[in-house]
Design a protein around this ligand. Structure first.
Ligand code: KG4
Ligand code: ZN
Length: 335
């Protein structure tokens, strides 16, 4: 069975082909980062127009790259939500019309379920049940994944998501948008000169709050004015230490509370090397299994939608070619 996956929920157009026998056979991506950089964030209308422009040429490229034809495709999985409505509609309408013309089913996919299941693209795969730490630009959640399609959100952000905190702090340091990766790179040159808070690290619950951390960065930036390059690196270092400490500490607390021995990391912030390193050390110390998607599948991509579609084939397949998108959609509504 060959599944075409289409992701278009935000600022990446991603397409991939996943084969039930051979796994992922190819994927292509167009990132809109350069397009939105000028505005310091994603401009929804520009995002939709860019998806329209690139989605079909990307499909051609994918088919060529994998020596496949349209007729080889058995089902089309696409992101139904959450995300930007115009951007979602591009992927949904292309997916449903393509499936209609080929007479094959579609599989609408929840974007966060795509992130959650992305570690299944790797050779070494986790087993259910597990704890997932889903940290992206829009989400910071701890999810008890009981089985496929049965998700309990046990920790959530009260304000800014982890990726959002990285991006906003990066902006304060003049690193542009999106700044997570740039801040992380700069932190390599920094030292623990400044002390920043670890918000909610000792709270009994599993929730996160990162907006105060961003304000602490703002205050430091103002205090150090004029900001030297060394100061910037030191602030980046301290910010990264603080946020990764909180993410690791809450993940350990959740593993213990739920008596789970497997942790899966996903979402864009899962690409952060310091987070990966701290979790690796913790997994050895506290003896739990740890799974990451490869770096290219941490941020938005079509491969995670293709594999989620494959795994969901029995649960969500449809043939009515009707579609609606769900810009707001909680993961546990899938249960
Ligand atoms: O999962 P993703 O591509 O999009 C959403 O669904 O939100 O995540 C994007 C987020 C951005 O906030 C970006 O700054 C962050 O992931 N990010 C990173 C790194 N690479 C991407 N944050 C920290 N360290 C990184 N290396
Ligand atoms: Zn995402």
């Amino acid at each position: 069975m060959l599944i075409l996956g289409i992701e278009s929920s935000c600022d990446e157009t991603g397409l991939a082909l996943y084969c039930s026998n051979n796994g992922l056979i190819g994927h292509v991506l167009n990132s809109q980062v350069e397009l939105h950089r000028l505005y310091g964030g994603v401009v929804p209308e520009l995002a939709s127009r860019d998806h329209i422009q690139f989605i079909l040429p990307l499909l051609d490229e994918l088919l060529k790259k994998t020596s496949s034809t349209m007729e080889d495709i058995d089902a089309v999985a696409y992101t139904k939500g959450p995300g930007l409505s115009g951007a979602l509609l591009v992927g949904a309408s292309v997916a449903e019309s393509l499936a209609f013309s080929l007479g094959i089913p579609t599989i609408p996919v929840h974007h966060l379920e795509g992130h959650l299941l992305s570690p299944f693209l790797e050779e070494n795969q986790p087993q259910f049940p597990f704890l997932a730490l889903l940290v992206s630009g829009g989400h910071s959640q701890l999810i008890h994944v009981k089985q496929l399609g049965d998700y309990e959100i046990i920790g959530d952000t009260l304000d800014d998501a982890a990726g959002e905190a990285f991006d906003k702090s990066a902006q304060l340091l003049g690193l542009g948008y999106p700044g997570g990766a740039a801040l992380s790179k700069l932190a390599q040159q920094g030292n623990e000169k400044f002390s920043l808070p670890r918000p909610l690290v000792n709270s009994d619950d599993l929730n996160f709050s990162f907006s105060g951390l961003k304000t602490a960065v703002l205050n430091l930036v103002k205090k150090q004015s004029p900001l030297s390059d060394a100061d910037k690196a030191d602030i980046a270092f301290s910010f990264q230490e603080s946020i990764t400490d909180v993410l690791v500490s809450k993940s350990l607390k959740a593993l213990e509370q739920r008596n789970l021995s497997t942790l899966v990391i996903s979402g864009g912030v899962g690409a952060n090397q310091q987070l990966r390193q701290k979790l690796k050390e913790a997994s050895i110390k506290f003896n739990f299994h740890l799974y990451f998607p490869s770096l290219e599948f941490c941020t938005d991509n079509g491969a995670m939608i293709a594999i989620a579609g494959y795994m969901r084939n029995q649960l969500s397949k449809k043939t009515d070619y009707e579609f609606s998108v769900r810009p707001r959609w909680k993961l546990n509504e899938l249960n």
